[in-house]
Design a binder for this molecule. Structure first.
Ligand code: FAD
Length: 278
């Protein structure tokens, strides 16, 4: 039996009232699995500010804690400080601090060009109030020139005050174990939670992976391609792949799992139930 570790779920803020209503149902269903927190993404440059705030106020105080994502690129300190004060006043004590990616065409990195600048600013402005989670890339951030440079910048984020990290999704557990080993050798012992992407749809998965630099191993790509439009087979195969990945990660010492829920109940619920983590 797999060791029991905490789980968390990520939502993106819905664009419509119908989407918001649907997410309330998803939230209620996933909450039954007893997650540690729900995180809610935030568009770079403040592009989803109102929608992220609306989702936060929908779910904050309703059982499971919420953790807003906060990105810094293209934003200014005053607006970020306002959000930090608001979250603190709302009793929120965990933030996922990111650089973000500017929409194409938008120029100007803003006052805080990297996530480490944001982490430093949060500590300056809010002291130790927030538990700060940052992003980690076991397969290297797509804009990094070298793995070593990426590790160096990750360590700087931790030295700036981050308490924990959540990874980009990946399907190769060795990449995760190598990343953790590298930072531990450098004296960094914060928990690094694997970000898990359920597989339900081949074209969406390939699109996300291309956008984030995550690798889909050849054997998974080939198998997904062979299933064509056979959605049920894709889901069954995807479930098996992700269950195996999670089991290997937990057995190898992953402290918790963060599921990119895509605002869906299934397949997240099934994964958590089959892993015995509810
Ligand atoms: P950083 O840690 O700043 O790193 C970005 C790049 O800059 C890396 O290549 C790094 O090596 C390099 N770098 C860092 N510091 C320096 C420095 N001082 N000098 C030179 N180079 C440096 N995006 C959103 O817009 N909203 C979200 O809600 C969101 N949620 C996410 C959640 C998770 C768990 C993850 C893994 C990613 C998320 N993203 C989100 C995507 C993220 O914003 C992008 O991957 C972005 O490109 C990098 O963000 P970061 O925080 O890792 O940046």
């Amino acid at each position: 039996m797999t060791k029991r570790v905490p789980i968390s779920f990520e939502f993106f803020p819905p664009k419509t009232d119908v989407g918001a209503e649907k997410l309330r149902i998803v939230h209620a269903e996933l909450q039954k699995l007893n997650p540690e927190f729900f995180s809610i993404t935030y568009g770079a440059g403040g592009s989803t500010r109102e929608r992220t705030l609306a989702a936060i106020s929908d779910f904050n105080g309703k059982g499971t804690p919420v953790a807003p994502h906060l990105s810094c690129i293209g934003d200014d300190k005053a607006r970020i400080a306002e959000l930090l004060d608001l979250y603190k006043a709302q009793g929120i004590d965990r933030i996922v601090a990111l650089r973000g990616d500017l929409p194409s065409g938008q120029v100007g990195l803003g006052e805080l060009p990297y996530a480490q600048d944001l982490v430093r600013f949060i500590r300056e402005h809010s002291g130790e109030h927030f538990q700060i989670e940052v992003a980690a890339y076991p397969e290297m951030h797509p804009q990094s020139d070298t793995f070593d440079a990426d590790i160096k910048h990750f360590i700087e984020k931790v030295q700036a005050g981050a308490n924990a990290a959540i990874t980009q999704f990946f399907f190769n557990p060795d990449a995760y174990f190598y990343f953790v080993e590298r930072i531990q050798k450098a004296g960094i012992d914060i928990p690094v939670t694997p970000g898990i992407m359920p597989i339900t749809n081949a074209s969406n998965l390939i699109r996300f992976a291309d956008g984030t630099g995550a690798e889909i191993p050849r054997w998974i790509r080939k198998q997904l391609a062979a299933y064509g439009d056979d959605v049920e087979s894709i889901k069954a195969f995807g479930h098996e792949v992700v269950i195996n990945l999670c089991e290997r990660l937990i057995t190898g010492g992953a402290p918790s799992l963060h599921l990119y829920s895509m605002n869906q109940v299934e397949p997240n619920r099934q994964l958590v139930l089959d892993l015995g983590l509810a």
